[in-house]
Write a protein that binds this ligand. Structure first.
Ligand code: GDP
Ligand code: MG
Length: 351
């Protein structure tokens, strides 16, 4: 009886093996590779690597500038003494990392020297990278599952910083996550501004609400909300004007838009994104401080990081502002927006 059972099992296994081989052969005939030889796909790993490569490529000017300065310091002396620390301080400061952040890093390095028995043979670049990573606020803010819809995002900032372009990129980003997007043209100051936004709406297949040039921006915001609600939109992106020559008027205008939205929905605007131009370096930081005082900013988008050596300001803003940097702009195409990951950012700059 036992022998019979053993034979049955052997036959069964043989049959299984035969079936597997037969299936593989069929797959091969169909032109498919046998699934057996395909390794388990590590999607996340591939994605991470591509992201790192993209950051390294687009942030190359910032990277070359910071690493270049540090390399020339290290080539003069590989001992981490007070003179070298002073040079590092200057290098970081002139890389737009900001006074406060630079001071913190130098203090940490000084502490490190005290801890180590020798200040020779230290990998200075690696040390700085490590200290910055420890110092920064690390959590990337990725919010996509909003509690209610429509989720209204008001986009503010000084003209030329990249608001309209960022709205186009955000529309693409949210759509790639399966969200329905409506764009409202509340920068009514110039006809060209409305046209530019409409081009982005067409390019990204987003719904679009506009009024005539010169009309009341708050009225556009009102209609955008109503249309978004009626059409069951997930996201409403509202563009605004940013003429700083009359700061009081600008802030009043933004406040009025917020007030109108707030009457329609007590949670709206759910988000106020401040767009800053990284090429302006420390000026971006001071704009962040100015805007955050008045217009209820909940997040920052730092644009044009691809074209500047001043990307160090991202670290200064991350460090000195309570408001998180949520996205970074890395070019003029709709795909050139990334969720800001502080640690990945620092790693790609100091790699
Ligand atoms: P707005 O006045 O704030 O609406 O700014 P715009 O969206 O019109 O952008 C001003 C200029 O900056 C345009 O020429 C954009 O193409 C350019 N721009 C915006 N974002 C980026 C970016 O991330 N990288 C680069 N290289 N250019 C950008
Ligand atoms: Mg604009």
């Amino acid at each position: 009886m036992a022998l019979f059972r053993k034979k049955r099992i052997r036959d069964y296994l043989r049959e299984e093996k035969f079936l597997k081989e037969y299936r593989a052969l069929l797959e091969q005939r169909r032109g498919n590779q046998p699934t057996k030889s395909v390794p388990k796909v590590k999607v996340e790993e591939i994605k991470k690597e591509t992201m790192f490569e993209k950051l390294s490529r687009t942030l190359s000017k910032t990277k070359t500038s910071i690493v270049g300065k540090l390399n020339s310091i290290i080539s003069k002396s590989d001992i981490l003494d007070e003179d070298t620390l002073e040079d590092i301080e200057e290098a970081l400061y002139t890389s737009d990392i900001g006074v406060k952040t630079t001071e913190l890093i130098i203090d940490k390095l000084r502490e490190r020297i005290r801890e180590e028995k020798s200040n020779q043979d230290l990998d200075i670049k690696k040390l700085i990278k490590k200290e910055i990573i420890e110092l920064i606020n690390k959590t990337p803010i990725v919010e996509v599952d909003y509690k209610e819809k429509p989720h209204v995002i008001l986009v503010v900032g000084v003209n030329g910083n990249g608001k309209t372009t960022t709205i186009g990129k955000l529309a693409h980003y949210y759509q790639s996550l399966g969200k329905k997007v409506l764009i409202g043209a509340a920068d009514t100051f110039r006809a060209a501004a409305i046209e530019q936004l409409e081009t982005w709406a067409n390019r990204t297949n987003s719904d679009f609400v506009k009024h005539q040039m010169g009309s009341d921006p708050a009225a556009v915001a009102y209609d955008s909300y109503k249309a978004g609600e009626a059409r069951d939109m997930d996201i409403i992106l509202i563009d605004t004007a940013g003429r700083l020559h009359n700061k009081v008027n600008l802030m009043n205008e933004l406040e009025k838009i917020s007030r109108v939205l707030n009457k329609l929905n007590s949670n709206a605007p759910h988000e106020v994104l401040l767009v800053l131009d990284a090429t302006t370096g420390q000026n971006a930081l001071s704009q962040a401080k100015q805007f955050s005082k008045t217009s209820g900013v909940t997040g920052i988008v730092l644009t044009k990081l691809d074209g500047t050596a001043k990307g160090g300001v991202t670290i200064a803003i991350n460090q000195e502002m309570d408001i998180p940097v949520k996205f970074i702009g890395l070019g003029e195409q709709k795909e050139d927006l990334e969720v800001f990951d502080p640690e990945e950012f620092v790693k790609s700059i100091f790699s």
